[in-house]
Design a protein around this ligand. Sequence first.
Ligand code: NAD
Length: 299
Amino acid sequence: NNSTVGFIGLGNMGGPMALNLLNKNHKVIAYDVMDAAIKPVASAGAQIAGSPAEVAETANQIITMLPNSSHVQEAYCGKEGILQSAQKNSLLIDCSTIDPVVSKNVANSAKEKFATYVDAPVSGGVGAAKGATLTFMVGGEKEEFERAKEILQHIGKNVVHCGEVGTGNAAKICNNMLLAISMIGVSEAMNLGVRLGLDTKVLAGIINTSSGRCWSSDTYNPVPGVIAGVPSNNNYQGGFGTALMTKDLGLAQQAASDTKSVTSLGSSALQIYRLLCEKGYAEKDFSSIFDYISKTVEM
Ligand code: NAD
């Protein structure tokens, strides 16, 4: 397959995803606002565009991987946005985690230009982006989903149809709200155990074979020295940033307000992650909540 794919947003996730498309013999035309993000993708053979609109002039299938709702709005609906020059019947796949309401609005704007927009946020993190093992949660009509799957299967392992446009992001923010809560929970339990005199590996081993077991403990443990190769073992660098997790928790709270849903722990998790950003952890991995808790005598 050598069809041209447009790729906008070449950060921690988008960079490796674009590289995988190139590795699988797709032509890629790419754009990012930051030169540093463009370099590796350009070196690997991608053509570089000067704006999202320029990407859309060349490619009729485009993937976007941007930080949040405002960036997506800008890249699609801005002055030099994709929709300025989107070709008829083009397929626009937004993999960013954003407000489901914004996904629906952009989808409507795309429809006016006779283009199709689906939301397809991902789960799996940077490792899965590099290894092309991401899970995509796709919101759109069945046939739009099938079209999106054609491309996404080259850069992910699971491509799941969630329902109409916006439901991909709905699934994603529910998952991440739970992830934040479990990461805080594991950090509190591990810190308490350390203060009670337990060895961290012994305690993690017990939790991981007991009813407290969860991904935050057995795959991504926040305590340095428990699991090799995770951010907690690398001064909380790389991985999924605290600022991005805080954004996702904000999206979950917005959605909870919209639907009048009770999310007491989700709301507390947002406050805790907001505080963590304030304390200088914004760019560190979200498992750094353990570092903060373990250095805090009184919360
Ligand atoms: P990132 O900040 O590393 O990358 C975003 C990129 O978008 C940057 O290179 C930035 O320069 C670029 N950008 C910003 N505005 C732009 C614009 N208007 N036009 C073009 N490029 C623009 O973020 P990331 O970690 O790659 O995350 C991207 C999305 O994926 C976020 O919504 C995040 O919540 C989600 N996500 C991240 C992870 C993870 O582990 N990092 C996992 C799952 C989902």
